[in-house]
Structure formats: structure tokens, C-alpha cells
Design a binder for this molecule. Structure first.
Ligand code: FMN
Length: 174
């Protein structure tokens, strides 16, 4: 797909089919994440945890539901969740900026492969709050989970494309 079309088609998907994302597509998504810009090219300060285990996904969802006092599947029944973790950054914010660049590359690549995605904040909070969950998903020592991106095949077809226009306030200095 043409890049602008992929950008216009990407949207947060909040209902998924149970089917796992194919290994080939998932690898392409993760590899695209690793092609993202990262401060001083310190890729070794980052870590992906790819969770496809239904029991663990259920535990993450339940912990978020308890913490946020909310109903429904907190990860939208997505079959795959990628947690992005980072070591302590050299300066505040670099960790989240790195992870955001990675996440967008991954979500655009997913869109191009007709795989849905959504960036979800709750899982990282749930993992930090529940040490047994952190242990179960084996995030390496010294890494902090920042946020996650869920992937899966959308439950409903939605070919709508966004209008690409500037909708954030701006000022131009010439
Ligand atoms: C930093 C950040 C945090 C987000 N957290 C969540 C979240 O916890 N749950 C969720 O369903 N969507 C989350 N989103 C998705 C946004 O709600 C979504 O991107 C926004 O509404 C625009 O819609 P679109 O992605 O369909 O274009 C998050 C997005 C970002 C960038």
C-alpha cells in the first residue's frame, strides 16, 4: 500500500478475532519497530515482550479491570500484546520517545498487512503493580515496561480512511 494510504487507514482497533497473527507478519511488525529511530541508536536499552499466552493475557486484562474498576476485556480480546520496556534513559522522556517511534512503525506495518492494532497504556501499569505478573512474563532485570501495543485481525472490516489534515494547533514562524 502507498504510505499515505497506510497512514490514513491506521486506526485503533478495539475488537479482534481470536486468530493469532501469522508468525511471518508478526516478525515483519517487530522488525519494522526495530527500524524506528532510537536516541543515539541505543537499541540495547529497549526490550519487547510478545505475549500470546491466553492465560497471561487474561490475567493482564483482569488486573487492569480491578485497577481501573472497569468492565469488559481491557485488552479488547487481542490475541497478541507487545510490551515495550526500556532501561533507565540518559535523559527524561527518551525512553517513551523511543518507544513511541517504535510503536508507530509497528502499527503502520500492521495496517499494511491488514492487521489491527491499538496502543494500550493499562498493561504496563498492571505489570508494574503485580510482581507475579512481571515475573510470569520475564521482563529482564533493569527494564521498565512503558506501554503496550495490541495486534490481531479486526473483528469487523473497516476500510474507512482518515482525511489527512492538520488538526493540531500550530503557529508558523517565518
Ligand atoms: C499515548 C497513548 C495512549 C493510549 N492509550 C490507550 C489506551 O489505554 N486504550 C485505548 O483503547 N487506546 C489508547 N490509545 C489510542 C488512542 O485513544 C487513539 O490513538 C486516539 O483516540 C486516536 O484514534 P485512532 O488511533 O483510531 O486514530 C492511546 C494512544 C496513545 C498515543
Amino acid at each position: 500500500m502507498e504510505l499515505t494510504k497506510v497512514i490514513a487507514k491506521r486506526k485503533s482497533v478495539r475488537a479482534y478475532k481470536p486468530d493469532a497473527v501469522s508468525e511471518e507478519t508478526l516478525n515483519a511488525i517487530l522488525a519494522a519497530g526495530c527500524a524506528a529511530p532510537v536516541g543515539m541508536a541505543k537499541y540495547d536499552t529497549l526490550h519487547f515482550t510478545v505475549i500470546e499466552n491466553k492465560e497471561i493475557l487474561g490475567r493482564i486484562s483482569n488486573t487492569i479491570k480491578q485497577m481501573m474498576k472497569r468492565e469488559g476485556d481491557a485488552i479488547y480480546a487481542a490475541p497478541t500484546l507487545v510490551i515495550i520496556s526500556s532501561k533507565e534513559p540518559m535523559a527524561p522522556g527518551i525512553d517513551y520517545t523511543n518507544a513511541a517511534c517504535i510503536a508507530e512503525n509497528m502499527m503502520l506495518t500492521a495496517t499494511d498487512a491488514n492487521v489491527g492494532s491499538v496502543l494500550i497504556w493499562g498493561p504496563a501499569m498492571a505489570i508494574e503493580a503485580d510482581s507475579s505478573l512481571k515475573e510470569a512474563i520475564a521482563i529482564p532485570e533493569g527494564y521498565k515496561p512503558l506501554f503496550s501495543v495490541a495486534f490481531g485481525y479486526p473483528a469487523k472490516d473497516d476500510d474507512k480512511e482518515k482525511e489527512l489534515k492538520v488538526k493540531i494547533t500550530m503557529n508558523v514562524v517565518k
